[in-house]
Design a protein around this ligand. Structure first.
Ligand SMILES: Nc1ncnc2c1ncn2[C@@H]1O[C@H](COP(=O)(O)OP(=O)(O)OP(=O)(O)O)[C@@H](O)[C@H]1O
Ligand SMILES: [Mg+2]
Length: 233
């Protein structure tokens, strides 16, 4: 059965689609088979040509169900479900389908407010700082913002994915023949971090989803994983 990761969250423009493609690209660079599954009915699907991973259109609930059936029969694959903004019901559905849940957010007070709400709503989810600034002063301000989060949520914040301007290449319809090293390095680091989480499930809020098995007991998903300090990239 494939591992399912969803990238969701209520706020628009946090980097859900970019991160989904970055993760799939990085997984492919690490020789893992990945499928980027789009679920946002307000967007057009991207073409697969030139990508190292599969792209799938699962914008309707029926297509999503079919895609999940396919993925469940593909052991070793990783399916990344790209959510859409302002769709709480879909987010809940994707959350239930996924082993691992990522909530990207940017360095703004509004993003922080929204991700706090989402972390409370989705107790197994991890907040993923996205498009994090490189500039020293901006970085300090962004880190200060995270420091204001409620203590019980801070431990669910993952190390940041830094801003990489070439990440937009992955969302182009026509892809370049080669991707910049900075993009490859950054996507590989993201994929390594996520693979580390799936390989050390005992430390992370991870749901074991199996097609024919009953729901696992709650002890399968530790409530307060000590990951923020253990993963670096
Ligand atoms: N790591 C990154 N580095 C640089 N730019 C980024 C990064 N991640 C996202 N972006 C930029 O941020 C903007 C929003 O990203 P994206 O479309 O992925 O967000 P989204 O959450 O999928 O939006 P929506 O809610 O509309 O679906 C885009 O212009 C994208 O290029
Ligand atoms: Mg999107």
């Amino acid at each position: 059965m494939a591992e399912i990761i969803c990238v969701i969250g209520n706020k628009g423009g946090t980097g859900k689609t970019t991160l989904s493609h970055m993760l799939c690209h990085g997984l492919a660079l690490l020789d893992r088979r990945a499928a980027c599954v789009m679920t946002d009915e307000l967007r057009e699907p991207l073409r697969a040509e030139g990508r190292r991973y599969v792209v799938a259109d699962a914008r309707s609930p029926k297509a999503r169900e079919q895609m999940m059936t396919k993925l469940r029969n593909l052991p070793g694959w990783i399916g990344v479900l790209d959510g859409g903004a302002n769709r709480t019901d879909t987010d809940i559905a994707l959350y239930e389908l996924s082993n691992l849940v990522l909530l990207p957010f940017r360095d703004s007070a509004e993003d922080l407010r929204t991700v706090i709400q989402d972390l409370e709503r989705f107790p197994r989810a991890h907040a993923l700082p996205s498009q994090w600034p490189h500039n020293r002063w901006q970085l300090e301000a962004a880190d200060r913002l995270i420091a204001t989060m409620p203590a019980h949520l801070k431990s669910r914040v993952l190390p940041p994915v830094m801003a990489v301007s070439s990440s937009k290449l992955l969302l182009q319809t026509q892809l370049p023949d080669y991707f910049p090293t900075a993009l490859n390095n950054s996507t590989r680091a993201l994929a390594q971090m996520i693979l580390g989480m799936t390989e050390h499930k005992e430390h992370f809020a991870y749901k074991a989803v199996a097609p024919s098995l009953p729901e696992p007991t709650k002890s399968a998903a530790p409530a307060t994983p000590p990951y923020a300090s253990t993963i670096r990239h």
